[in-house]
Ligand binder design. Structure first.
Ligand code: HEM
Length: 145
């Protein structure tokens, strides 16, 4: 019980600290995308849904010389794309700084980085999930000096 009260107090201090944050001198999207570097690098290397959701091909399709018959079930391997040496330098290393100053976004318009899918059926929970990522990292860091 005593432990729980102590934690409540520290959480309040932590939230007060966030409210008092005056910025780091960077403005607008620069600062936002820099803060997102860890949040982006994590699903690049470890996408929570590695094959995204399965899709059905609605009509016979020729994809880069490969004929895909109608009604074939296809998956997009976001896990492999995130580790592709043609797209990423040193892909197996966890390097959030690769996203610093980069305009690669998580919202499905950069096909080398699609942990939430892309296009019409992109994840609708993307904004909520992004905030939960931040909350998770912040809660974890909160317990370290
Ligand atoms: C770590 C968190 C999450 C990840 C990695 C994730 C990932 C995905 C992926 C890969 C898809 C398939 C997109 C495609 O095939 O192009 C998807 C679809 C979807 N997601 Fe998420 N998601 C997350 C969180 C959420 C949350 C929090 C919600 C709701 C509050 C949500 C709701 C949905 C729905 C409804 C779809 C189906 C959209 C459609 O088919 O039109 N997701 N998600």
């Amino acid at each position: 019980m005593q432990e729980q009260c102590r934690r409540e107090k520290t959480n309040k201090d932590f939230l007060d600290g966030l409210l008092e944050y005056e910025g780091d001198g960077k403005e607008g999207t620069d600062r936002i995308s820099d803060q997102n570097a860890v949040v982006k690098e994590t699903p690049r290397l470890h996408p929570p849904i590695p094959l995204l959701l399965p899709r059905n091909v609605m009509q016979e399709t020729n994809l880069m010389g490969n004929l895909i018959p109608k009604d074939t079930q296809v998956s997009v391997n976001a896990w492999a794309i995130g580790r592709d040496t043609e797209c990423w330098e040193d892909p197996m290393s966890f390097k959030p700084e690769r996203f610093l100053g980069s305009n690669i976004e998580i919202i499905g318009r950069n096909f080398e980085f699609i942990p939430f899918g892309s296009g019409r059926r992109i994840c609708v929970g993307i904004s909520l999930a992004e905030w939960v990522f931040h909350l998770g990292v912040a809660s974890l860091l909160h317990y370290f000096d």
